[in-house]
Design a protein around this ligand. Structure first.
Ligand code: ATP
Length: 352
């Protein structure tokens, strides 16, 4: 396979295992996001791809080439650090073409490349400015341009949005994704922000405590999380304690529901969790015809935020959120008795 392969990679710092037996394969040209809470090992994994850390065990390959023992400067990577790590005493242009100067490219080549990259980053004409004259968003663009100066095969970014304010962050996520698609460059981004990962990634790798918990397309992970942690980390989920009644049915209180998705094999009688997503459950007045796959409850809160309406329903001590567009608005108010329809296709069984 011609893409990026991470094969049985482990990294220990003394007695602490920061990354444990990670196995991943990505197609060249993909945008990959390592997603997970602080301390789960995502930066360490990125730094091993960069060559800034050496794996204790395992191998990293790209395009059929074993990179494991190749030094940083021979790996053909470009990296953007969380702090951008620009050189404050150099101009924008000198920052961008720093690596070209080290490699002996001529002044005219460097100037042409800096201009080309600044045009691409929609920052034309700032070559001679000093870094201190740039805003946070502009600094980020310069850091990206610098990482791309030598046309690397792999582009690595560690929490690239964390120094930007919320509005700018969202715009830059879209811009970075467009740029990556235009260049077709294999890219790995470390983030702890699920929206960022969902916005940008072809493949998301969810990590927790040094291990990969799940990897797949954003929709795969959203629709079929392997466990409660992943379900909670990506999007909002409704979770109900349940018991397996048959291979494709669960019992929740007095109700029995069909389920289409199961994260593993569960025995009849086993305690499990029933998971649904808010936009896939529908609230109906208790007086309406009772849908097949449903539980009873009482509305505890209604929030109309224009584009969507959120209804919180207390179902025997468990809260369910239903997020609906106005056309599905069931005309219920706080305190009303309701049924919450959870179509089988929306129901997933997870380990308890
Ligand atoms: P964050 O989002 O906070 O950066 P992360 O998921 O990127 O977290 P890492 O930075 O990879 O996590 O760290 C994983 C674990 O390894 C942490 O417990 C961290 O303290 C430890 N660690 C990382 N680098 C070193 C190092 N050079 N020496 C010792 N321990 C380290």
């Amino acid at each position: 396979m011609s893409g990026l392969i991470i094969e049985g990679v482990t990294k220990k710092f003394g007695t602490l295992t920061a990354v444990e037996d990670v196995n991943l394969e990505f197609t060249a040209g993909e945008m990959i996001c390592f997603l997970g809470p602080s301390g789960c090992g995502k930066t360490t994994l990125l730094r091993m791809i960069a060559g800034l850390e050496e794996p204790t065990d395992g191998a990293i390959r790209f395009d059929g080439r074993d990179l494991t023992n190749v030094p940083v400067h021979k790996r053909d990577i470009g990296m953007v650090f969380q702090s951008f790590a620009l050189f404050p005493h150099l101009s924008v242009g000198e920052n961008i073409t720093y690596s070209m100067r080290i490699r002996g490219h001529s002044r005219s080549e460097r100037e042409a490349r800096a201009k080309e990259l600044l045009d691409m980053m929609r920052l034309p004409g700032v070559e001679d400015r000093s870094i201190s004259q740039l805003s946070g968003g502009q600094r980020q663009r310069v850091a990206i341009a610098r990482a791309l100066a030598l046309n690397p095969q792999i582009f690595l970014l560690d929490e690239p949005m964390s120094a930007l304010d919320a509005n700018l962050r969202e715009a830059m996520q879209i811009e970075l994704r467009k740029l990556q698609q235009e260049l077709g460059i294999t890219t790995v981004v470390v983030t702890h922000d699920q929206t960022e990962a969902m916005t940008m990634a072809d493949e998301i790798v969810v990590m927790g405590r040094a291990r990969v918990l799940q990897s797949g397309s954003p929709m795969d992970i959203y629709k079929k999380p392997v466990d409660k942690f992943v379900a909670g980390f990506i999007g909002t989920s409704n979770l109900f304690p349940a018991t397996m009644a048959a291979p494709d049915r669960v019992r929740v209180g007095d109700a029995e529901l069909s389920v289409a998705n199961r994260a593993g094999d569960f025995a009849t009688g086993e305690d499990v969790l029933l998971m649904t997503r808010p936009e896939e459950v529908f609230v109906r007045p208790a007086s309406a015809e009772r849908p097949a796959n449903a539980v009873e409850g009482r509305v505890s809160f209604v929030r109309d935020i224009g584009a969507t309406i959120e209804i919180l329903v207390d179902c025997g001590g468990h809260e369910v959120i239903s997020v609906l567009t106005p056309k599905d608005w069931p005309d219920v108010a706080t305190g009303d008795a309701v049924t919450v329809e959870m179509p089988a296709s929306a129901c997933s069984v997870l380990a308890a």
